[in-house]
Design a protein around this ligand. Structure first.
Ligand code: IPM
Ligand code: MG
Length: 368
């Protein structure tokens, strides 16, 4: 049997630097744990535009469809700001999500003990925080039709459409309930049923799926604006939050910042199972391409490393090895290794991107 395949798309900005550290980690699991992957690499985002004039070629799209998992760094940068909307780096990422039908976007917001002081909130409000936002990723206002900028009389009108079918809501609700059963067994669903019909349908369908299939899971509903408030007031009340594409975009950024360390957060985008039983999957750090520090060896590779840990868990059924990698990262933080984004007053020189990768490797060695 051939090895599982992993397509690496480093992308733009700090993407290639953090991905170089992930490749070290992949090498370690190969050499020390016998986990073999067929790794290939390709271009996405501005890097693809520079070579091919498009942020994602059809060939790369086809490779992503066939890969057992895709690992992406980051896309975008000021260099591409003036490009036409249709070829902007972000369009490459959105095409991957849409064509692979990656409807469930898992964004953990976890506060590492060693980093609780970094939050803008008080330490006791965030210490031990561990929530999972499940964001619907392939529908809603990001993709709804009609859309565009049209002319109406003398003025232009910008149009986007929020649209959800029952089945789109039901499948992401199932993802959230399944996850909750493996965690704290609680789901909070967020929409704006007070102003949007799509929100009314969202609330109804989530409740129906719950009552029919997951009555054992504790379900609550919140308006998304109140949810945002509760997230910063008392985030530890939540276990799994399920919400639509746009609210999920906003709420997950807010939740990420609660942890004080955007450079630490991974994500997984999962679709339906393929013929081999694995879900279609793309893993990426929550942080962006950080063009201001790109190419300087300052970036924190942990979010991308932890994204690979999510791949081990959700795509390759290697939960124990995933935990080993997550523990290694925690250990490195506890030992005080800090990239520039994690420095505090009085700290000495920061660890570079590759120092951090090497420290994780050393912690992995120590785990054997
Ligand atoms: C995210 C990003 C993307 C989004 C952009 C880069 C298209 O903000 O993954 O949260 O809006 O979904
Ligand atoms: Mg976002």
């Amino acid at each position: 049997m051939s090895n599982p395949s992993l397509l690496i798309l480093p992308g733009d900005g700090i993407g290639p630097e953090v991905m170089a550290e992930v490749r070290k980690i992949i090498g370690w699991f190969d050499a020390r744990r016998g986990l073999k992957f067929d790794v290939s690499e390709d271009l996405v985002g501005g890097a693809a535009y520079d070579v091919h004039g498009t942020p994602l070629t059809d060939e790369t799209m086809a490779k992503a469809q066939e890969a057992d998992a895709v690992l992406l760094g980051a896309v975008g940068g000021p260099k591409y700001d003036s490009l036409d909307f249709s070829v902007k780096p972000e369009r490459g990422l959105l095409r991957l999500r849409k064509e692979m039908d990656l409807y469930a976007n898992l964004r953990p917001a976890q506060c590492f003990d060693a980093l609780a002081d970094f939050s803008s909130l008080k330490k006791d409000i965030v210490a031990g925080l561990d929530i999972m936002i499940v964001r619907e990723l392939t529908s809603g206002i990001y993709f709804g039709e009609p859309r565009g900028i049209i002319k109406e009389g003398n003025e232009r009108v910008g149009i986007n459409t929020q649209r959800y079918t029952e089945s789109e809501i039901a499948r992401v609700a199932r993802s959230a309930f399944e996850l909750a059963r493996k965690r704290g067994n609680k789901v909070c669903s967020m929409e704006k049923a007070n102003v949007m019909e799509s929100g009314i349908l969202w609330r109804d369908v989530v409740q129906e799926v719950h009552d029919a299939e997951y009555p054992d899971v504790e379900l609550s509903h919140m308006y998304a604006d109140a949810g945002a408030m509760q997230l910063v007031r008392a985030p530890k009340q939540f276990d799994v939050i399920v919400t639509d594409n746009l609210f999920g975009d906003l709420l997950s950024d807010a939740a990420a910042m609660l942890t004080g360390s955007l450079g630490m957060l991974p994500s997984a985008s999962l679709g339906a199972p393929m013929a081999n039983g694995r879900p279609k999957a793309l893993y990426e750090p929550v942080h962006g391409s950080a063009p201001d520090i790109a190419g300087q060896g300052k970036a924190n590779p942990c979010a991308c490393i932890l994204s690979f840990a999510m791949a081990l868990r959700y795509s390759f059924d290697q939960g124990e090895e995933a935990t080993r990698l997550e523990r290694a990262v925690e250990m490195v933080l506890a030992d005080g290794v800090r990239t520039a984004d994690l420095m505090q007053a009085g700290d000495t020189a920061p660890a570079s991107t590759s120092d951090m990768g090497d420290a994780v490797i050393a912690a992995l060695d120590a785990s054997l």
